[in-house]
Ligand binder design. Structure first.
Ligand SMILES: [Zn+2]
Ligand SMILES: [Zn+2]
Length: 341
């Protein structure tokens, strides 16, 4: 089978690898779609801190069950599926308290251990989730990023009646805003400085899509929410200057939620957190329930993922993908790799 392996930064090889053998608790999946994520781009550039080459990428996958091991119940050949791409130890303190998404020995398929960028992938049945027949494989590849969003919103707690502003209208920010809206928020606004991303946010039905070029976040929040301001500010931008604007714009007893991946320390005005009793939450990854909620919201059309896919590439053109993304930062949203027919 065809498998694409990153051998070092900027270098990949196309291998003719054996189709994986499956154990009795495993499912063999014929991969059909794999989404490309920000972390994949970091790996390509050799800037991902916590991985080693070589690695087969791919943690946002959708495919069809080819066959199942002898002890697997609940899946059969032909089922559409996605994979929750986390390997956790089950023994460390976070795992024992149910927070296996921040396992101290966490490995993610396609980052720290082999991923799905191949014609076939074998996964333990416990990490496989069934997709409804009516869901397209394209949508199936967006379940993982949607689960990042449902995980983030779960951590925010009850959003009923809340004013929520999401900073950054990339794929994750867009999905976070949509999930917030589907979770009972009173009003949801999303901000960006990229008009194309704001157009996509509008196409997804996000109520207020605000171009913040030349504007202070505090003013945008007052304009959108009035004197109640924002109950929850969710940072999906990952830009130091924007984070400090978010701190300045946080109201008394509001929540400031960090979803974006920061690569270096950020200096903040700590006294504002203390005096305003701002809760800061860090979001790393999802739990199984977040995948289930993402699939449910997508199935009920409570969130719309179709406008997020900007480009498709066949896996045999994988070498063109990252240069294309690098050359088109303003127009690329989610790139999906097609495998097979
Ligand atoms: Zn991802
Ligand atoms: Zn653990």
């Amino acid at each position: 089978m065809l498998q694409v392996k990153m051998t070092e930064a900027f270098k990949m090889s196309f291998l003719d690898a054996p189709v994986p053998e499956i154990g009795e608790d495993e499912v063999l999946i014929r991969m059909k779609r794999v989404g490309v994520c920000g972390s994949d781009i970091q790996i390509y550039h050799g800037r991902h801190k916590y991985m080693t080459f070589p690695v087969v990428q791919g943690h946002e996958g959708a495919g069809v069950v080819e066959r199942v091991g002898g002890k697997v119940a609940g899946f059969k050949a032909g089922d559409k599926v996605t994979v929750q791409p986390q390997v956790f130890c089950g023994a460390c303190a976070p795992c024992r308290s149910g927070h296996y998404n921040v396992c101290q020995n966490l490995k993610v398929y396609g980052v720290h251990t082999g991923g799905m960028l191949a014609e076939y992938f074998a996964a333990p049945a416990a990490k496989v989730l069934r997709l409804p027949d009516a869901m397209s494989l394209d949508e199936g590849s967006l379940v993982e990023p949607a689960a990042v969003a449902t995980g983030a919103i779960r951590r925010c707690g009850d959003l009923a009646g809340a004013n929520v502003v999401v900073l950054g209208a990339g794929t994750i920010g867009n999905l976070v805003a949509q999930v917030a809206r589907a979770s009972g928020a009173r009003k949801v606004a999303i901000t960006d400085i990229n008009p194309r991303r704001l157009d996509i946010a509008r196409a997804c039905g996000i109520p207020a899509c605000v171009d913040t070029r030349g504007r202070k976040l505090k003013d945008v929040i007052l304009e959108q929410f009035g004197e109640d301001e924002a109950d929850v500010i969710i940072d999906c931008a990952g830009v130091k200057a924007i984070f400090n604007e978010a701190v300045a714009a946080a109201r008394c007893s509001s929540k400031l939620v960090v979803v974006a991946n920061y690569k270096e320390p950020v200096e903040v005005e700590l006294p504002l957190f203390q005096r305003r009793e701002v809760d800061m939450l860090g979001i790393m990854m999802y739990l199984r329930q977040d995948f289930e909620r993402a699939i449910d919201l997508m199935t009920r059309k409570a969130i719309d993922t179709a406008p997020l896919i900007s480009d498709h590439f066949d896996i045999r053109r994988m070498e063109d993908v990252y240069p294309y993304i690098d050359d088109n930062p303003d127009s690329v949203m989610k790139v999906v790799i097609d495998i097979g027919d």
